[in-house]
Design a binder for this molecule. Structure first.
Ligand code: GDP
Ligand code: MG
Length: 371
């Protein structure tokens, strides 16, 4: 069992398929599909079409209804698609059935995200995290019937937990334990080197595409890899930033948050996000020109709470105010977060206020700890 990688030599032509379950909001569904398109683009595939279907519940065999299968087949023929990406999470059986029925490689959202993570990982820690996530994903895909097979053993048969398939999985489990140990070690080392730092740590967090890397570049004149793609920076990037003539801080970039990121992936990438729990100040960057910016902020706050970083002092930065569509989104954001600072990382607007706010937060932290 192996994750199938997206082949970079032949351009992949992807058809997106989305099943809207129950009474999911239409706008929500459209946004999810738009995000899937950006993810596919990030993975290097060209999106040639999209098909949506609303159903009360998925079918066990293909997830979609059988009538839709023919439509997908036709769409593939017409567009020359050679890859199908589901916005929904599929069971291994469903992937198999779709592969067979359509004769075209089918992947789901989780597999797509895993591939992006795998491509973007550069440091030893990020690579270990990705491998761990992939293995955990593969293990979770072993059909339930196989996991349950051990309960079928009769008298004189092999003991529970020792089916041949589980034995075959043993190398995978061993590798998982190895990786977990390796990650613990890397994390401990990072914490130790962090304790030696003389400078406060400021951490950029926020949704993918919010403008974190752009801000790191303009603030710290760094050459972090900025591009339009999601996850341009899986690895943590750290730069020195002068917030005034005397005071220096370490400014660090993180991998972006993503909507509907499967919980298993959040867990595997915990140590990437772990840096936020050690930060002195968090800069939460939001794309304020984006219609659902408030939803994004909620996800960021939720995720930070999940990893235990919600007690770290934070500053909300409403980015991309140079974009005209920000004007329609800003009022609601400011109503909910009156202390948020409006900036444009691209046009270098409001950056001095960001530095002042960092200095203020750091100083009030010092006051608190000196009591
Ligand atoms: P990240 O994923 O959060 O690191 O986002 P990036 O820094 O890579 O930026 C994503 C996209 O948003 C890029 O195309 C940037 O040029 C663009 N961007 C970033 N900041 C601004 C801004 O202030 N205004 C506008 N209009 N675009 C911006
Ligand atoms: Mg980035």
């Amino acid at each position: 069992m192996k994750t199938r990688t997206i082949d970079t030599t032949v351009p992949e032509r992807a058809l997106l398929v989305q099943v809207i379950i129950g009474n999911t909001d239409r706008a929500e569904a459209e946004e999810s599909l738009a995000e899937l398109e950006r993810l596919a683009d990030t993975a290097g595939a060209e999106v040639v079409g999209a098909i949506s279907q609303r159903r009360d519940k998925p079918t066990p065999s293909f997830y979609i209804g059988e009538g839709k299968l023919a439509e997908i087949q036709l769409a593939c023929r017409n567009t020359g698609a050679n890859l199908i990406i589901f916005d929904n999470d599929l069971s291994p059986a469903q992937v198999n059935n779709l592969d067979m029925a359509l004769g075209i490689k089918t992947i789901d959202r989780t597999e797509l995200i895993l591939q992006i993570f795998a491509r973007r990982a550069r440091s030893a820690e990020a690579k270990a995290q990705v491998e761990l996530a992939q293995l955990q994903y593969l293990i979770s895909r072993i059909p339930i019937s196989v996991k349950q097979a051990r309960f079928r053993g009769g008298i004189g048969m092999r003991g529970p937990g020792e089916t041949p398939l589980q034995l075959r999985n043993e190398p995978m489990r061993r590798r998982i334990r190895e990786l977990q140990k390796q990650l613990e070690l890397l994390q401990r080392r990072r914490e130790q080197s962090r304790k030696k730092n003389r400078w406060p740590l400021v951490c950029l967090v926020g949704y993918t595409n919010a403008g974190k890397s752009t801000l790191l570049n303009t603030l710290a004149h760094a050459d972090a890899f900025v591009d339009d793609m999601l996850f341009a920076t899986l690895d943590t990037k750290t730069r020195l930033l002068y917030i005034d003539e005397k005071q220096k801080v370490l400014l660090t970039d993180t991998v972006g948050f993503i909507r509907n990121l499967p919980h298993t992936l959040i867990a595997s990438f915990k140590s990437t996000l772990d840096v936020t729990t050690q930060a002195d100040v968090l800069l939460i960057v939001v794309d304020a020109s984006y219609q659902y910016a408030l939803d994004h902020l909620k996800v960021v706050h939720q995720t930070l709470a999940e990893i235990g970083a919600d007690k770290v002092p934070s500053i909300i930065l409403l980015n991309k105010i140079d974009n005209p569509s920000a004007q329609t989104v800003l009022p609601e954001l400011l109503k909910n977060f009156p202390d948020a600072i409006q900036i444009s990382a691209l046009k270098k607007i409001g950056l001095d206020r960001v530095k002042q706010a960092i200095a203020q937060k750091l100083n009030s932290n010092c006051l608190r700890t000196s009591y």
